[in-house]
Design a binder for this molecule. Structure first.
Ligand SMILES: [Fe+2]
Length: 156
Protein backbone atom coordinates (compact mmCIF):
# COMPACT_ATOMS: atom_id res chain seq x y z
CA UNK A 1 0.00 0.00 0.00
CA UNK A 2 2.83 2.36 0.89
CA UNK A 3 4.37 1.80 -2.54
CA UNK A 4 1.05 2.57 -4.21
CA UNK A 5 0.74 5.80 -2.20
CA UNK A 6 4.29 6.80 -3.13
CA UNK A 7 3.51 6.15 -6.80
CA UNK A 8 0.32 8.21 -6.52
CA UNK A 9 2.18 11.14 -4.91
CA UNK A 10 4.88 11.04 -7.58
CA UNK A 11 2.23 10.84 -10.33
CA UNK A 12 0.19 13.71 -8.86
CA UNK A 13 3.23 16.00 -8.44
CA UNK A 14 4.34 15.27 -12.01
CA UNK A 15 0.85 15.81 -13.38
CA UNK A 16 0.65 19.12 -11.51
CA UNK A 17 3.76 20.29 -13.36
CA UNK A 18 6.55 18.92 -11.17
CA UNK A 19 7.98 20.00 -7.83
CA UNK A 20 8.63 23.52 -9.11
CA UNK A 21 4.91 23.93 -9.82
CA UNK A 22 4.05 23.63 -6.12
CA UNK A 23 2.16 26.65 -4.84
CA UNK A 24 3.44 27.91 -1.50
CA UNK A 25 0.77 28.16 1.16
CA UNK A 26 1.56 30.37 4.12
CA UNK A 27 -0.14 31.02 7.46
CA UNK A 28 -2.11 34.22 8.06
CA UNK A 29 1.15 35.56 9.55
CA UNK A 30 3.04 34.79 6.35
CA UNK A 31 5.02 31.79 7.61
CA UNK A 32 5.59 28.93 5.20
CA UNK A 33 3.28 26.04 5.95
CA UNK A 34 3.05 23.62 3.00
CA UNK A 35 3.27 23.19 -0.76
CA UNK A 36 0.11 22.67 -2.78
CA UNK A 37 -0.11 20.72 -6.02
CA UNK A 38 -3.18 20.73 -8.24
CA UNK A 39 -2.92 17.60 -10.42
CA UNK A 40 -6.30 17.99 -12.14
CA UNK A 41 -7.02 21.69 -12.63
CA UNK A 42 -5.89 24.95 -11.07
CA UNK A 43 -7.64 26.09 -7.93
CA UNK A 44 -7.13 29.74 -8.80
CA UNK A 45 -6.31 31.31 -12.12
CA UNK A 46 -6.06 34.60 -13.97
CA UNK A 47 -8.24 34.87 -17.06
CA UNK A 48 -7.11 36.47 -20.33
CA UNK A 49 -8.78 39.71 -19.26
CA UNK A 50 -6.57 39.78 -16.16
CA UNK A 51 -9.34 38.94 -13.71
CA UNK A 52 -8.30 36.74 -10.75
CA UNK A 53 -10.57 33.76 -10.16
CA UNK A 54 -10.45 31.88 -6.88
CA UNK A 55 -13.68 30.03 -7.53
CA UNK A 56 -13.54 27.31 -10.16
CA UNK A 57 -16.43 27.30 -12.66
CA UNK A 58 -19.66 25.44 -11.91
CA UNK A 59 -18.71 22.52 -14.11
CA UNK A 60 -15.83 21.85 -11.76
CA UNK A 61 -17.73 21.51 -8.46
CA UNK A 62 -14.72 20.14 -6.59
CA UNK A 63 -10.98 19.99 -6.71
CA UNK A 64 -8.34 17.55 -5.52
CA UNK A 65 -5.21 19.11 -4.07
CA UNK A 66 -2.07 17.47 -2.78
CA UNK A 67 -0.39 19.09 0.21
CA UNK A 68 3.24 18.54 1.22
CA UNK A 69 3.73 19.76 4.78
CA UNK A 70 7.09 21.24 5.80
CA UNK A 71 6.11 24.22 7.93
CA UNK A 72 8.51 26.79 9.33
CA UNK A 73 9.26 26.11 12.99
CA UNK A 74 7.38 29.25 14.04
CA UNK A 75 4.42 28.65 11.72
CA UNK A 76 1.35 28.53 13.93
CA UNK A 77 -1.95 28.02 12.19
CA UNK A 78 -4.81 29.77 13.98
CA UNK A 79 -8.22 28.14 14.29
CA UNK A 80 -10.03 28.75 11.02
CA UNK A 81 -12.82 27.55 8.81
CA UNK A 82 -12.76 27.11 5.06
CA UNK A 83 -14.82 28.80 2.36
CA UNK A 84 -16.04 25.38 1.20
CA UNK A 85 -16.62 21.81 2.30
CA UNK A 86 -13.46 19.73 2.58
CA UNK A 87 -12.12 16.23 3.02
CA UNK A 88 -8.60 15.49 4.24
CA UNK A 89 -6.98 12.12 3.61
CA UNK A 90 -3.60 11.55 5.23
CA UNK A 91 -1.35 9.80 2.72
CA UNK A 92 2.03 9.81 4.45
CA UNK A 93 3.52 10.95 7.73
CA UNK A 94 1.54 12.33 10.61
CA UNK A 95 -0.41 15.49 11.33
CA UNK A 96 -2.41 16.66 14.34
CA UNK A 97 -5.77 18.27 13.70
CA UNK A 98 -6.98 20.51 16.50
CA UNK A 99 -10.54 21.72 16.90
CA UNK A 100 -12.02 23.93 19.64
CA UNK A 101 -13.18 20.71 21.29
CA UNK A 102 -10.14 18.48 21.11
CA UNK A 103 -7.54 17.05 18.80
CA UNK A 104 -6.87 13.93 16.77
CA UNK A 105 -3.79 12.51 15.13
CA UNK A 106 -4.13 11.75 11.43
CA UNK A 107 -1.96 8.93 10.11
CA UNK A 108 -1.93 7.28 6.65
CA UNK A 109 -5.47 6.19 5.87
CA UNK A 110 -7.15 8.73 8.17
CA UNK A 111 -10.06 10.47 6.47
CA UNK A 112 -11.79 13.59 7.83
CA UNK A 113 -14.98 14.99 6.28
CA UNK A 114 -15.84 18.61 7.11
CA UNK A 115 -18.66 20.97 6.40
CA UNK A 116 -17.69 24.52 5.52
CA UNK A 117 -18.57 25.45 9.12
CA UNK A 118 -15.93 23.14 10.64
CA UNK A 119 -13.24 24.93 12.66
CA UNK A 120 -9.73 23.51 12.92
CA UNK A 121 -5.99 24.02 12.74
CA UNK A 122 -3.14 21.68 11.88
CA UNK A 123 0.18 21.03 13.59
CA UNK A 124 2.88 18.79 12.13
CA UNK A 125 4.49 16.84 14.97
CA UNK A 126 8.24 16.90 15.58
CA UNK A 127 10.06 14.68 13.11
CA UNK A 128 7.31 14.63 10.47
CA UNK A 129 7.97 17.95 8.74
CA UNK A 130 8.75 17.23 5.11
CA UNK A 131 7.47 13.67 5.38
CA UNK A 132 3.78 14.46 5.66
CA UNK A 133 1.49 14.46 2.64
CA UNK A 134 -2.28 14.93 2.64
CA UNK A 135 -4.93 14.95 -0.03
CA UNK A 136 -7.34 17.87 0.29
CA UNK A 137 -10.59 17.42 -1.61
CA UNK A 138 -12.68 20.57 -1.64
CA UNK A 139 -15.82 22.11 -3.07
CA UNK A 140 -16.07 25.50 -4.74
CA UNK A 141 -15.31 28.57 -2.64
CA UNK A 142 -18.76 29.85 -1.78
CA UNK A 143 -18.10 31.61 1.53
CA UNK A 144 -15.56 33.90 3.16
CA UNK A 145 -12.86 32.37 5.35
CA UNK A 146 -12.73 33.21 9.05
CA UNK A 147 -10.23 32.78 11.87
CA UNK A 148 -11.26 32.19 15.47
CA UNK A 149 -9.86 32.79 18.92
CA UNK A 150 -10.71 29.98 21.31
CA UNK A 151 -11.14 30.89 24.96
CA UNK A 152 -11.99 28.81 28.02
CA UNK A 153 -15.67 29.52 27.51
CA UNK A 154 -15.82 28.62 23.84
CA UNK A 155 -15.32 30.19 20.47
CA UNK A 156 -15.40 33.99 20.38
FE1 LIG B 1 -7.61 24.34 7.25
Amino acid sequence: MTRLVDLFIAWAVKRAGGEDAGQEVVTFEDRHEFWRYAPFWPDEFVSRSGKHWSRPPWWRPFNVLLHHWDPDKDAAEPMHDHPRWSVTICLRGKIIERTPWGERVLTPGSIVLRSRKAIHSFVVPEGFSGGTWTLFIVGRRNYPQNTYVVTQRGVV
